[in-house]
Design a protein. Structure first.
Length: 317
């Protein structure tokens, strides 16, 4: 079963293919004989209610100096493309939301969008974990600084972060009595935005685990992002070291609870962030770590993903 696949992503010329999960998906799709199309950044539009895109035929290769080639640009109804990979990184700003609204129309007109555009709008990656509050550490989300201060005084050692960050950006560890607390709270809530505070989990020293779900089912290995030196953040973008591990009983228990809800919402490829036995985030926009896990455990995670996509397509017909 071969079909066209369009990808919406950050500029392909800027990716690092050794670590890029979207690139792994493109390689697998091409290996299976699917025709690839690259959507120009900002290239989604509507014409008389028809979801359209400016796109170009795409070919990819495992070559760190010359990894892609584009054909001539064309304008095409998205309904003619059976599968659309929505893999643009946050921020989930107005442009991102508008793109998902166009993609919802494309889905109504016949395409399968991975992940479901409604879920991309609804599931903020910090807040989505709180759909499962019993799995999370103590948490508060507020723009009221007094509420955040009280939470920190209660739990003594906390992590504060914005709701729209990624890669460890603007994450702070604070303790009760912290001299810089007011400055940190001003930075996080200064324009009326919500911030999240969670009780600090000492298990972060053993790694912030990324568990991947494919249509609700966990990949049997995770990547533990381990903080280095004096850094408390495990994010690879913040200098964390990635170490592959088999899933623990707690990882599987959390995945078994979260997975069915993600499947129900059309979230076919999801990354759970787990510290110790606590769920901290549910990543749905552009989860990563495929290439690291494939390399360490001789997996083909993108192959599992396209098996799930093909099953979804068959079920629709």
């Amino acid at each position: 079963m071969q079909f066209d696949v369009a990808v919406i992503m950050d500029p392909i010329a800027s990716i690092k293919i050794a670590k890029d999960s979207t690139f792994a998906m493109l390689l697998e799709a091409q290996r299976r004989g699917h025709r690839l199309f690259y959507v120009a950044p900002g290239g989604l539009f509507l014409a008389q209610g028809v979801a359209m895109a400016k796109l170009a035929p795409l070919s990819v290769r495992e070559d760190a100096t010359n990894w892609y080639e584009l054909g001539p640009w064309q304008q095409r109804p998205l309904a003619e493309v059976p599968v659309i990979l929505m893999r643009k990184d946050p921020p989930v700003d107005a442009n991102f939301v508008h793109d998902t609204q166009i993609l919802s129309m494309a889905q109504e007109q016949g395409s399968l969008v991975v992940n479901d555009p409604a879920g991309l709008r609804d599931l903020n990656e910090k807040l989505a974990a709180l759909l499962f509050p019993d799995l999370c550490p103590p948490t508060i989300v507020s723009r009221e600084r007094d509420q955040l201060r009280t939470f920190i005084q209660t739990h003594h050692d906390c992590v504060l972060k914005p709701l729209d960050g990624m890669g460890g950006h603007s994450i702070f560890r604070v303790r009760a009595g912290e001299d810089n607390l007011n400055v940190i709270l001003e930075a996080l809530t200064g324009h009326g935005q919500q911030a999240m505070a969670q009780a600090y989990l000492p298990a972060i020293r053993e790694g912030d685990k990324r568990v991947l779900l494919i249509d609700g089912e966990p990949v049997p290995y995770c990547l533990a992002r381990i903080p280095q030196g004096q850094e408390f953040r495990g994010n690879l973008a913040a200098g964390g070291r990635g170490e592959g591990r088999a899933l623990s009983e707690d990882d599987r228990r959390i995945a078994a609870i979260v997975g069915p809800e993600m499947r129900r919402r059309g979230m076919i490829f999801v990354g759970l962030d787990i510290i110790g036995d606590r769920l901290t985030e549910v990543n749905v926009t552009s989860p990563t770590c495929i290439r690291e896990l494939d390399t360490q455990f001789d997996l083909n995670i993108a192959g599992q993903l396209f098996d799930a996509i093909q099953a979804r397509l068959k079920a629709r017909h």
